[in-house]
Write a protein that binds this ligand. Structure first.
Ligand code: 3HC
Length: 499
C-alpha cells in the first residue's frame, strides 16, 4: 500500500493523515467543504510546526511530509488510493452513507477502513459490495503520539487482510492488536467504563473534579485525570461511545452518566471547543492550603500501616500519639467505613480516615461526623507530610481503588469472555492510553487478593453487578496465580476455551 485516503479532517483525521505521511506514504485527505479542508490543513501545519520547534522533525523533513499530502473537498480524488480510513463523526447514518459512496468511488481492490470508536464495523461493511475488504482501523488521540492501533475484523473479513493491515500499522510505527467486532473493542470498552464511573463519582459528591483528577494522575500514576481525558476525547464522543456500549452490553456501568449528557447538551464538548469539565487552560491542582483554623499540636493515630506518615509528622514538629486521648485530630489508618471507628470514639468529629496512595497522594476520608474545621486542618497537615491531599467521602475504595478495581475486573471479564488475550489487553491500555502498566500488570502489583477483597467491599456497598469479582479473579486467587500476563494464559484460558 503506497497511497491512502483519509476522510474527515478533524483532530483525529488530521492526526491520521500526519501519521501516514510521516511513514512516507502519499495521503489524500478529504472533508466536506473548503472550510473543513482549511481547518485540517491548519491542524497539520500546527502539529508539524510544533514537532520542528521541539527538534523532533527537521524543517526539510516537514516540507517533504507536507508535500506528500493532498487535501481536497472532492471525494472523487480517492478513486486511486489503496486504502481509505474514515474519521467522520460517530453517527452511524453518516458512516453508512459515506461507505456506500466510497464503495462506488474507490477502485475494487481498495480496502475501506473505519476509525470508529465503538460502532459496529460489520454494519458499516454491510453497506458496501466488498464487505470482506472492510475493517476497523482504530487510532488513539493524539494519533501521532499514541502507539496503539486496533485492527478490527468482522465475520466477513477475508483471510489475510487483518495481517496485511497489521503489517501496515507496523510501518507507521504503531503496535497493532487484532480483535473482533465488539462495541468499544478493547481499549474504549475498558476506558469508558472507568471514565463514566468517575462522572458518577463526581455526581454523587464523593470527591471534587480536581481531587479525582489529581488522585488518578498523581496517585494512580495515569497520564491524565479522568476529566482531563474526557475533555481530550470530547464529551460528545465519550457520550456516544457509552451509548453504543450500553446498547450492546445492557450494563449499567456503560449507561452514560447524566452529567455527560448535560454537558454535551450545553455544547461543552471539551478541548475542541474550549470548555468541557475544565476550561481550556486549566491544569487541575489541589486547592491551596487555607492555613490552620484549628490549632493542631497533638495528632492521634488509630490503626497501623502508615508509619512513614507518623515519621513525617514527628519531623515537622507535631506530637503523634497512638490512639485518640488528648489528640486535636485523629487520623484513622483504615479502609472505609471509617465512621465505624469514629462512632466508637469520644469525639468522632475529630476523626478523618487517611489512606496513602503511592508516595505522592493521601486520600482523606471525611465521615458524616467529621467537622468541616477538622477536615480542613487534616488537608493542610497532609501537605506538611509532603503529600497531595485528596478529600473524599467515606466510601468503599475511596477514590483510586474505587475507580481502578472495577476497571481491572472489567479487563478480567473481557479475557474470560474470550474476546482478547491478557497480553493484548495490557498492550492496548499501555499504548492506547499511556497507562504505565496494563491492567494485569497492575493487578499483580496490587495483589489479586487485595483487588478481590476491594471489589467485594465495593459490591457490598453499592450492589452494582459490575463490581462483583469476576469468576476468573476468584479462580486466580484460589489458584495462587501471580505474574498473570506471563503465567495465566495457558492455565486459565484452557478452562475458558473448554466451556
Ligand atoms: N499532536 C501531536 N503531538 C502531540 C500532541 C498532539 N495533539 N500532544 C502532545 N504531543 C506530543 C508532544 O509534542 C510531545 O512530544 P515530544 O516529547 O517528542 O516533544 C509528547 O507528545 C508529549 O507531550 P507533552 O509533553 O506536551 O504532554 P504530556 O507529556 O502531558 O503528554 C499526552 C500528553 C501524550 C496526551 C499524555 O498526557 C497522554 O498519553 N495522555 C493519555 C491520552 C489518551 O489516553 N489517549 C487515548 C484516548 S481514547 C481515544 O483516543 C480513542 C477514541 O476512540 C476516543
Amino acid at each position: 500500500m503506497e497511497t491512502v485516503g483519509v476522510v474527515g479532517l478533524g483532530i483525529m483525521g488530521a492526526g491520521i493523515v500526519e501519521v501516514f505521511a510521516r511513514a512516507g506514504l502519499r495521503v489524500v485527505g478529504v472533508d466536506v467543504d473548503e472550510n473543513a479542508v482549511a481547518r485540517g490543513l491548519a491542524h497539520l501545519e500546527r502539529s508539524t510546526g510544533r514537532a520542528v520547534e521541539r527538534g523532533r522533525l527537521g524543517a526539510d523533513e516537514r516540507a517533504e511530509l507536507l508535500g506528500r499530502i493532498t487535501l481536497s473537498a472532492d471525494r472523487g480524488s480517492l478513486a486511486e488510493v489503496d486504502l481509505v480510513v474514515e474519521a467522520v463523526p460517530e453517527v452511524m447514518e453518516l458512516k453508512r452513507a459515506l461507505f456506500a459512496d466510497l464503495d462506488r468511488i474507490c477502485k475494487p481492490s481498495a480496502v475501506l477502513a473505519t476509525n470508529t470508536s465503538s460502532l459496529s464495523v460489520t454494519t458499516i461493511a454491510a453497506m458496501t459490495s466488498r464487505p470482506s475488504r472492510v475493517v476497523g482501523l482504530h487510532f488513539f488521540n493524539p494519533a501521532p503520539v499514541m502507539k496503539l492501533v486496533e485492527v478490527v475484523t468482522t465475520v466477513l473479513t477475508e483471510d489475510g487482510l487483518a495481517g496485511e493491515i497489521a503489517e501496515l500499522a507496523g510501518r507507521l510505527g504503531k503496535t497493532p492488536i487484532v480483535v473482533g467486532d465488539r462495541a468499544g473493542f478493547v481499549a474504549n470498552r475498558l476506558l469508558l467504563g472507568y471514565l463514566n464511573q468517575a462522572c458518577r463519582m463526581l455526581e454523587a459528591g464523593i470527591a471534587t473534579r480536581d481531587d479525582i483528577d489529581v488522585a488518578m494522575r498523581e496517585g494512580a500514576g495515569l497520564p491524565m485525570g479522568p476529566f482531563q481525558l474526557l475533555d481530550l476525547i470530547g464529551l460528545d464522543t465519550a457520550y456516544e461511545i457509552c451509548e453504543v456500549l450500553f446498547y450492546e452490553t445492557k450494563n449499567h456501568r456503560h449507561a452514560p452518566a447524566p452529567v455527560l449528557r448535560e454537558l454535551v447538551t450545553a455544547r461543552r464538548h471539551g478541548r475542541k471547543c474550549g470548555h468541557g469539565f475544565h476550561p481550556r487552560t486549566a491544569r487541575p491542582t489541589a486547592p491551596p492550603a487555607t492555613g490552620p483554623k484549628v490549632a493542631v499540636t497533638t495528632i492521634g493515630i488509630v490503626g497501623t500501616g502508615a508509619e512513614h506518615l507518623r515519621e513525617r509528622l514527628d519531623a515537622a514538629g507535631f506530637k503523634t500519639i497512638d490512639g485518640h486521648d488528648d489528640a486535636d485530630v485523629v487520623l484513622a489508618i483504615a479502609p472505609a467505613p471509617v465512621v465505624e471507628i469514629a462512632v466508637g470514639l469520644p469525639r468522632p468529629e475529630r476523626v478523618v480516615g487517611v489512606h496513602p496512595v503511592g508516595d505522592k497522594v493521601a486520600e482523606l476520608a471525611v465521615t458524616v461526623l467529621t467537622s468541616p474545621e477538622i477536615a480542613t486542618a487534616v488537608r493542610d497537615l497532609t501537605r506538611v507530610m509532603a503529600l497531595t491531599p485528596v478529600v473524599c467521602a467515606d466510601r468503599a475504595g475511596f477514590v483510586v481503588e474505587a475507580l481502578l478495581f472495577p476497571y481491572l475486573n472489567d479487563a478480567l471479564r473481557m479475557v474470560e469472555s474470550g474476546y482478547a488475550s491478557f497480553a493484548d489487553v495490557d498492550t492496548a491500555m499501555k499504548l492506547g492510553c499511556g497507562y504505565p502498566q496494563g491492567p494485569f500488570e497492575m493487578l499483580d502489583a496490587f495483589g489479586l487478593e487485595t483487588v478481590r477483597d476491594g471489589l467485594r467491599a465495593l459490591y457490598a456497598e453499592y450492589r452494582e453487578p459490575a463490581f462483583a469479582p469476576a469468576p476468573l479473579l476468584e479462580r486466580l486467587v484460589v489458584a495462587g496465580v501471580t505474574d498473570i500476563p506471563n503465567r495465566a494464559n495457558a492455565n486459565t484460558l484452557k478452562g475458558v476455551e473448554e466451556r
